[in-house]
Design a protein around this ligand. Structure first.
Ligand code: G3P
Length: 221
């Protein structure tokens, strides 16, 4: 399973990427707007840190403008993935980009029927929004399982399931159980995934016991 960070925070991206567990980045217009800097600069900085896929979303809602924006975005870096909304113009653009071998991420997916359309349009990734479905009283994780079951029946569907709108580590764990190919999460969720009080307590104990011996591994080498 791949892990993407859903963020445009350069410092956090650099810190977490250094650990070696971040495979890519997703952004959306809200995330980029929060950064409050020219988007082009942010995207270039992200692509310089992360060699994996970096999703950048179009803003237009009509097909001709969306295609123009998509082609500009696709030129930003070799690892840029064009993010498109799950609408008829979005999927029309997706189909054209996939024919040109440009990577795509179809976003705002809230149903299995929408995920089928994204696969038929040749999307590289489809992003079902787990947390936002939970917010309206539906089980977002069930959707991940449904999409997995459908995609697995059709070898010509090559779309990766990118579990998005992840709010906590249990969403990541359950998405993994459901067979999501990727989970994109805010930096805070990746940080939470490391945490367990027994890890901290165990490490304290090991350090204290070792200190009593007066030995050091480095000095003995
Ligand atoms: O980038 C898409 C998605 O991950 C947004 O998440 O938390 O705003 O629902 P959220």
């Amino acid at each position: 399973m791949q892990f993407f960070l859903d963020s445009a925070d350069i410092q956090q991206i650099a810190e977490l990427t250094a650990i070696g567990l971040v495979d890519g980045i997703t952004t959306n217009p809200t995330i980029l707007a929060k950064a409050n800097r020219p988007y082009l600069q942010i995207v270039k900085e992200i692509c310089a840190i992360v060699s994996g896929p970096v999703s950048v979303e179009v803003i237009a809602t009509d097909h001709p403008t969306m295609l123009k924006e998509a082609l500009i975005i696709a030129e930003l870096a070799d690892n840029v993935v064009v993010k498109l909304p799950l609408t008829p113009p979005g999927l029309q653009t997706c189909k054209e980009l996939s024919q040109r071998q440009i990577q795509t991420n179809v976003t705002l997916c809230f149903s299995a029927s929408q995920a089928i359309l994204a696969a038929k349009a040749g999307a590289t990734y489809v992003s079902p929004f787990v947390g936002r479905l939970d917010d309206v009283g539906q089980d977002g994780l069930v959707l991940i399982g449904e999409i997995r079951a459908i995609y697995d029946q059709y070898p010509d569907f090559n779309t990766n399931i990118l579990a998005a709108s992840i709010r906590h580590p249990i969403h990541v764990v359950e998405s993994a159980k459901m067979g999501a190919d990727v989970a994109t999460m805010p930096p805070s969720v990746l940080q939470q995934m490391f945490k367990h009080p027994l890890t901290d307590r165990g490490l304290e104990q090991f350090s204290a016991d070792w200190a009593k011996t007066g030995q050091t591994i480095l000095a003995a080498a």
